[in-house]
Every structure is written in C-alpha cells, then in structure tokens.
Design a protein around this ligand. Structure first.
Ligand code: PZK
Length: 287
C-alpha cells in the first residue's frame, strides 16, 4: 500500500487510496479476471499496461474533455488523480453489436432506446456509435438504462454533455486503434465533476479492461469475436471442467506468457512506444 494514504476503495483488480482531500492514487494490480472471477495467477505487467494506456489516452484527448490525471508514479501502475464528485452512471459507447447490446438487439431490434436497422448480425459494425448508459451496480452486473432514467440521475443538460463527449472520445480512440489493427467494439467511461462543476473524465479510459478489444485481422461479423487480450486465458479456462465460480484455476506458464505478450502488444501497437521504454520511465506516454 502506498505510504501515508488511506485505502478508500477496491475494484476487482484495482485499489483506490486517498492522498489528501484533493488527490487520489489509483493502483492497477496484475490480477486478471475471466468469466467474472479473479484468477489466483497474476499476469506480470498487466497493471502497468492498463495504467500506461490510460495515461496515453488522457494526454491525447484533452481537446475533447478535461481528465483527472495529475501524474504517473515511477512504478508505472499508479496514477495520481484529482478527487472528483463522480456521476452515478456508466457512460457506455458501442460501435459494434456485442454483449448485452447484441442480446437487446436480438430481442427488440433496439439497444437502450436506439432503433437500429433490421438484419444486423452479431458483432456487426453499427451505422454510428451509440451511447448506452448504465447504472453502477453495487454487486453483479451494470444494468442498461434509457435516456429518461439517465436524465433523472444526472440531469438532462449533463446527460447531453456526457453523451456528446463520450461519443467523441470513443471515435477518437476507435479511429486511432483501427489504424493499428485493433477494433474497439465498445467502451465504458466514468466522469466526475470538479470544484467548479466542470465535467472531468476519470477512472481508466480506452483500455482492454474498460472496452472490448478485437484483433482487426480476425474480424468476422456473424458470430462472437475473440478478445485481443484475454482469449488465451478464456480458452484455457474453457478447456477445464471449472464451473466458473470462485476460486478460479491457476494459469500455466505458457498461458501467462502468451497473455502478457498480448497486453504488451496492445500497448505497443496503440502507443507506438516500446514497453521497455515505459518501464524505464512511465512519463513517455504523456509526451
Ligand atoms: C472513484 N472509483 C471506481 C476504481 C476502486 C474504485 N478521480 C476520482 N475521484 C473520485 N472518485 C473516483 C475517482 C476516480 N477514478 C473511482 N470510485 C471512485 C474505482 C478503481 C478502484 F476501488
């Protein structure tokens, strides 16, 4: 635990500490989850990849929205950030039909109140990215909500602002990633308000943990796509007779190594920076 800081929260694979009234430390561990269970085996440097990628995007999207980043610690896994009043919604943007979006479309030919053209297949690219807010479930899965419910939670004007900003951030990231062989099928942003009530992007952004990353060269609409980062670990877990309840299985060395390579590959493709250069000095992603 970081020195002289109070633990204020835990995610599945991250921890949050208060430095003082204005600043937090967000620490990304090397833990990994599959099928919603955190595995007992860590993926070395996974937390550094996620932290470095978020830092990269924060540095490059300031023209779209202010963000909470104050700095990256030399350990490469700790983000120092501004302490905000968080909005009580998850801001999801979908560019492709996957996950709960595909489920909703199959059942209703719409996703979160967005009517979509008929005949779309699983993993199809949408004509335009859509904003599909969700509530933050205390336990279990986030629940999709419609515009009306979202407006009740944050106000109509703030909702219009987070929708516009979320779609602009997604377009920026997805365009950049597509040119580098990665499709960002969907992503989740979290926002807060600063002391002047200005909107600030928080949490992690455009990482494979907050998004679905697909390898572009394997993209075949009409069925599910493989995950850029987690597919080896998922396939290994599927090959066992594990019932997907806690505790999960240990991962063998070759699956750990293959998974680490995929994370490092995502980092290097998206940032254009050698991961060893990030390890030597995390500030390289902010320049
Ligand atoms: C904040 N979380 C989620 C993430 C956890 C919990 N800049 C901020 N200001 C105030 N609160 C938060 C943030 C951010 N980011 C984020 N909960 C509160 C979360 C990771 C680990 F334990």
């Amino acid at each position: 635990m970081p020195e002289a800081s109070l633990h204020v929260g835990s995610g599945k694979v991250r921890e949050l500490y208060a430095l003082d009234d204005e600043r937090l430390l967000l620490v990304a561990s090397d833990r990994i989850s599959t099928f919603d269970v955190v595995l007992p085996t860590e993926i070395p440097d996974r937390g550094r990849v996620l932290t470095g990628l978020s830092g990269f995007w924060f540095a490059r999207t300031q023209h779209i929205c202010a963000n909470h980043l104050l700095g990256l610690r030399p350990d490469g896994r700790t983000t120092e950030c501004r302490r905000l009043e968080m909005l009580p919604i998850e801001c999801v943007v979908r560019g492709y039909l996957a996950g709960s979006g595909w489920k909703d479309y199959k059942a209703t030919s719409a996703v979160c109140g967005h009517a979509l053209p008929p005949g779309l297949v699983e993993s199809a690219e949408l004509p335009e990215p859509i904003f599909t807010p969700a509530t933050k479930a205390v336990t279990g899965h986030d629940e999709n909500i419609d515009r009306e419910q979202a407006a009740e939670l944050v106000g109509a004007d703030r909702l219009a602002e987070v929708e516009r900003v979320s779609i602009a951030l997604y377009r920026f990231g997805a365009d950049h990633a597509r040119e580098r062989g990665i499709l960002i099928a969907d992503t989740k942003f979290e926002f807060g308000l600063d002391e002047d009530d200005c909107l600030v992007l928080a949490d992690e952004a455009l990482t494979p943990d907050s998004s679905r990353f697909w390898p572009a060269d394997e993209y075949r609409p009409g069925g599910p796509q493989s995950s850029f980062d987690k597919q080896f670990a998922r396939d290994y877990c599927e090959s066992l007779d594990w019932d997907k309840t806690d505790p999960g299985p240990e991962l063998p060395e070759n699956i750990v190594a293959g998974t680490r390579t995929r994370y490092v590959e995502a980092f290097e493709r998206l940032t254009g920076i050698a991961f060893d250069d990030y390890l030597a000095d995390p500030q390289v992603v902010l320049r």
